[in-house]
Design a protein around this ligand. Structure first.
Ligand code: G6P
Length: 610
């Protein structure tokens, strides 16, 4: 993962580099570093830990310069200490920041050692610095040196390179990892994403695979992998600078949980009207493809995978289309058999998740009918490489634990399901009822958010726990999976989710008075079955915390555990609605346990490495 930001300007760029790194911390926060050209020399500041550690070091020992590169790291090769922090340098002449993984770094390291280069870090990145330096010492200019270095690299990279010999210039390159160029007024920037630079400019160029970009204060030029000049369109980002501010909220995660009514409403806006889906929301001529779909293969990771699991119940239950769902890291390395007429459906908040992107590329070789991506980031790699796209409009999600991205994905997936239902001849009255129910989702989620104080109080009972079980049935099994994921990733309480009917095949052995069992109990056709499963837990002394539909006949039993009533608003939207209290529960437990809610240990938001 890792975040890159670089700038060349007439002003001191260090403050904007630090601000850019803070906006990129969602990509990793193991260490951070900056390199600028100061009085003709490469100055470097690096610190283990978060960007604020780097900032403290910089405040104590300021550096300044008009050209610089910066990095926030999610460690892959080498522990997260200062020596392994980027930028990596070679011969006091070249500094490099890198996002990605260089797979042949061991061979390159040996080769460079034979040329007399000494390595100070354990990273794969340091080979890039030495390769560039080696090419420079043979007479290449910076761009030529970067081109020849990148030709030697196997794996994925986005890089920004600075050389003492060409002050005022930065060369960037990408293959497999994202990089954008920002166009300012007499200044230019590079960044892993638009968010890093939105305070400086709203005009961007999204670099394509294999591109090399050369920026100076006045000029920007792009070259393809063969070194030939190419033109790439300039786009204006609609992201507002304050979309990435935390505002009055204590954490981004809480802000994002509370933004869900707005985010879902934005995702539905202009797409449904008078209880029907408006034409062409998947693009002009999308019907031609969608009407031929006989099977859907969903591929995703993490929370997005859970959204895909929900969609399977909808697709099979409402449309009658067979659907398979798989995590991308498994799918991409498996021999897949693709039934005729299969739509490849990628679900991703970032649009840059390496495994999902690789799965899409791999999928293209398997004779799918076509591909569709549901995504939150315009111009991301998945969006650009898919045949059809439906954007969620959640706005930037900064908290590493995904919240509004999930519920907006469900809203977008529901739109797709309805469209496929229409094309497959769903009964019109049923179709209208479903669309009308979806339209109520923002309001219903808004109501559930009012339970926040109650859930905060409930959270206190989880603070001393070490483990938790989440149970759900049917379409609410993925909701339980998502609840368990939220709790484990931010509170570090070990949490697992099971389909409730599977309890007696193993996990019941874990149930005792120390094991809280969280159950999602909507008032649907599986409620009676679920209640039997809950009795199995009670009989073993387990403590049940039930999130039950307002009209579900589920009552508190004894003084242990709790029943919280949720107005789910209907079977279709219930998975999204029931997710919200589980998000709040995880959030409050984490706050009470004093963890770093927005940046939990060892994780990152955008996983652009395998
Ligand atoms: C990381 C994030 C998760 C996210 C997953 C997939 O693990 O921490 O929140 O669900 O990546 O990311 P994507 O951007 O593809 O949805």
């Amino acid at each position: 993962m890792c975040g890159i930001v670089a700038a060349t300007a007439q002003r001191d760029v260090v403050p904007l580099l630090i601000a850019g790194l803070k906006a990129l911390e969602y990509r990793g926060y193991d260490s951070a570093g900056i390199s600028v050209l100061e009085d003709g020399k490469l100055a470097r500041v690096r610190a283990a830990g978060k960007v604020r550690e780097l900032e403290a070091l910089y405040d104590a020992h300021p550096v300044a310069g008009v050209t610089g590169i910066a990095h926030t790291r999610w460690a892959t090769h080498g522990v997260p200490n200062t020596i392994n922090a980027h930028p990596h340098v070679s011969s006091d002449r070249v500094a490099v920041v890198h996002n990605g993984i260089i797979e042949n770094h061991v061979e390159l390291r040996e080769e460079l050692k034979a040329h007399g280069y000494r390595f100070e870090s354990e990273t794969d990145t340091e080979v890039i610095a030495h390769l560039v330096d080696h090419a420079l010492s043979r007479g290449a200019d910076l761009r030529g040196a970067v081109l020849s270095a990148t030709r030697r690299l196997h794996g994925a990279y986005a890089i920004a390179v600075l050389s003492r010999d060409q002050p005022g210039q930065i060369v960037g390159a990408r293959r497999g990892s994202p990089l954008v160029a920002g166009l300012g007024d007499g200044e230019h920037f590079l960044g892993s994403d638009v968010q890093a630079l939105i305070k400086q400019t709203s005009r961007f160029i999204y670099l394509e695979e294999g591109d090399i970009v050369e920026i100076s204060r006045e000029d920007l030029a792009i070259f393809n992998a063969d070194g030939e000049p190419v033109e790439r369109p300039v786009r204006t980002s609609e992201l507002s600078a304050d979309a990435v501010e935390r505002g009055e909220y204590r954490h981004y995660m809480l802000k994002e949980i509370f933004e869900q009514p707005r985010a879902i409403a934005d995702t539905l806006e202009g797409r449904i009207s008078e209880n029907r889906i408006l034409p062409n929301i998947f693009g002009v001529n999308a019907d031609a493809l969608l009407s031929r779909v006989k099977h859907v293969q969903i591929v995703a990771c993490g929370t997005s995978y859970h959204a895909g699991l929900v969609a399977r119940y909808w697709l099979e239950g409402l449309v009658g289309l067979p659907c398979s769902v798989e995590v991308a890291s498994e799918y991409r390395y498996r021999h897949v058999v693709v039934p005729e007429g299969t739509l490849f459906l990628a679900v991703s908040q970032s649009g840059e998740t390496a495994d999902t992107l690789a799965a899409l590329r791999e999928g293209k070789r398997h004779g799918y009918l076509g591909s569709l991506t549901i995504c939150n980031v315009p111009e991301s790699s998945l969006v650009r490489e898919s045949d059809l796209v439906l954007m969620t409009r959640a706005g930037p999600e900064i908290g590493v634990a995904s919240t509004k991205a999930f519920t907006t994905q469900l809203a977008a997936l529901a739109l797709l399901v309805f469209e496929l239902a229409r094309l497959n001849g769903i009964e019109p009255a049923r179709y209208s009822r479903l669309v009308a129910e979806l339209a109520t989702l923002p309001r219903v989620v808004g109501e559930v958010l009012k339970l926040d104080p109650e859930i905060a109080a409930l959270a206190e009972r989880f603070v001393p726990k070490h483990h938790a079980l989440f149970l759900g049935r049917g379409v609410h099994y993925p909701v339980a999976l998502e609840g368990a994921l939220k709790l484990k990733e931010i509170s570090y309480i070990h949490a697992e989710a099971y389909p409730a009917g599977e309890l007696k095949h193993g996990p019941l052995a874990l149930v005792d008075e120390d094991m809280p069992v969280i159950t999602v109990a909507p008032n649907n056709q599986l409620l009676e079955k679920l209640k039997s499963n809950m009795e199995e837990v009670r009989a073993r002394g387990g403590e049940l915390f039930v999130f039950a539909d307002t009209d579900a006949p589920v009552a508190q039993s004894g003084s242990r555990g709790a029943v919280l009533k949720i107005a789910s608003g209907g079977n279709l939207i219930a998975p999204a609605v029931f997710t919200v209290p589980l998000q709040l529960l995880a959030y409050h437990v984490a706050v009470l346990r004093g963890t770093d809610v927005d940046q939990p240990r060892n994780l990152a938001k955008s996983v652009t490495v395998e």
